[in-house]
Write a new protein. Structure first.
Length: 119
């Protein structure tokens, strides 16, 4: 994925990913409640996402539709993080994450299951 979204743009996308297609006004209302943004801020961010090819706009009603799936953004962000902070080594990322938090036996088992599926 070649689209780079900033944190504020991801908040707009998250509304669409959670709730599906929405008019821009509903997105603005939701983000006003969730993060305190005014309508103009949200509309500016929606327009940026449209310009980047992440959102399609249809009329009437300034209806917004996500053009990229959340999973694609997560994968691209994860790849960038691993590349930038962990020399491209995913095992270093996991070691860092696992070393910082006590995991429950259930969480450890889920991780083992994931690793088993990858083998």
């Amino acid at each position: 994925m070649d689209i780079k979204l900033h944190d504020s743009e991801l908040k707009v996308m998250d509304v669409l990913w959670r709730e599906g297609d929405r008019p821009a006004r509903q997105i603005a209302d939701r983000l006003e409640n969730e993060v305190g943004w005014n309508v103009n801020t949200t509309y500016t961010l929606i327009k940026r996402c449209i310009g980047k090819g992440a959102i399609a706009r249809t009329d009437p009603g300034f209806q917004c539709h996500a053009l990229i799936p959340k999973e694609a953004v997560q994968a691209a962000e994860t790849d960038a993080l691993v590349g930038k902070l962990f020399d491209g080594a995913a095992d270093k990322l996991f070691a860092s994450l696992l070393g910082r938090k006590k995991l429950s036996p259930e969480q450890i088992q889920r991780l083992r299951d994931i690793v088993d599926e990858l083998e």
